[in-house]
Ligand binder design. Structure first.
Ligand code: PLP
Length: 346
């Protein structure tokens, strides 16, 4: 077991033991191999460096209460990567290969899989990159599919807490009919600078509106949006939003709790009516929001509107209930009635 303080882990790149990878060339994937040096050698003309031909996934493995190891819903991530690879014109690792290489990555880095009881997990990061050296803007069937991992903490410690977000009036995340619903690396490049500005101002998240008319909520820079009003779980329906597996899970759990699930366009004005709101994604399941400010220009001081959900730092009962149910299933403390946990032979 690695000498790690499992209770103070964050969510960071981490040098573990090995990366599992396969090379697609001449119409087939090579047998999966593991790096011994934790490094790759690439042609400097490879598509990935010049034209950002890359996509990735994020999913988690957990050591459960009974000592077993599971990956949470890996088939969903495999399907999403296949859809994104198709969009980029890259060869598609099929679901079986995707899941097997995730399992291989866990086995090759077993000392980094956090033991049960620390609310920590092993974050798996599958990455698919166009490798062909070329200048032309055309797809070419050569790629590397690699799975790496990093131990990740719960972020919250013992208790959930809430954070704030800002709607940046002078930034868009995705063009109408653009790439917003695909998990391509390039979608994230444009968020780095506004994220830094938002963090410097004390906001944790950026909430983007639909770039066509700016009337509706799209999603956060790294997670989906949901709002709670009465017994309803409400989340945006938009072509520019990444189909979050956590959001899909939350919708199913909300329905299990007897809530009404509404997936439809969410007008900005409706933010005023939510009793709770949050961001959802694999990294932390739910980031509850205390309030969301709207700024015409992110870099300037003016806040044109502010939407308040709960007092700073506190968390509403519905977010707490949804979070506890999902993390309970992941750690094997709550019955997995939907069969979301994929068991891994170690
Ligand atoms: C832009 C964006 N939206 C939503 C999500 C949440 O997706 P998932 O729940 O599958 O992690 C992510 C990734 O975590 C993301 O990067």
């Amino acid at each position: 077991m690695a000498n790690i303080d499992w209770d103070s882990l964050g969510f960071d790149a981490y040098r573990t033991r090995t990366v599992v990878f396969s090379h697609y060339k001449d119409g087939k994937w090579s047998p999966a191999q593991s790096t011994e040096t934790f490094s790759f050698t690439f042609d400097p003309f490879a598509q990935v460096f010049h034209y950002a031909i890359s996509c990735f996934e994020g999913l988690k493995a957990f050591r459960q209460k009974d000592g077993g190891a599971v990956i949470f819903r890996p088939g969903e991530n495999a399907a999403r990567m296949a859809r994104t690879a198709g969009y980029l014109g890259l060869p598609v690792p099929d679901a079986d290969m995707f899941v097997k290489m995730c399992e291989e990555c866990i086995r090759g880095n077993l000392e980094f899989l956090p033991p049960y009881g620390h609310k920590a997990s092993l974050y798996l990061r599958p990455l698919l990159m166009g490798m062909h050296p070329q200048m032309q803007l055309v797809p070419y069937p050569e790629a590397v599919f690699a799975v790496m991992c990093a131990p990740a903490g719960s972020y919250y410690g013992e208790h959930l807490k809430s954070f704030s977000a800002v709607i940046p009036g002078n930034y868009d995340r995705a063009a109408p009919k653009g790439s917003g619903s695909y998990k391509i690396g390039a979608n994230y490049a444009s968020t780095f600078k506004p994220y830094k500005t938002a963090h410097d101002q004390g906001y944790t998240e950026l909430l983007y509106l639909n770039s066509g008319t700016r009337e509706f909520v799209d999603e956060f820079g790294s997670s989906n949006f949901f709002g709670i009003r009465g017994n309803s779980y409400i989340t945006p329906l938009s072509d520019s939003v990444l189909p979050s597996i956590t959001n899909k899970t939350l919708q199913e759990v909300a329905a299990d709790f007897g809530m009404t699930v509404e997936k439809r366009p969410v007008p900005v004005d409706e933010l005023d009516t939510f009793e709770e709101a949050g961001a959802c994604g694999t990294a932390v399941v739910i980031t509850p929001m205390s309030h969301i400010d709207m700024k015409p220009v992110l870099e300037e001081e003016t806040v044109s509107r502010s939407f308040r959900f709960v007092p700073d730092g506190t968390v509403g009962p519905v977010c707490t209930k949804l979070y506890n149910r999902i993390t309970g299933i992941q750690f094997g403390e709550v019955e997995d009635i939907h069969g979301w946990c994929h068991h891994v032979d170690l």
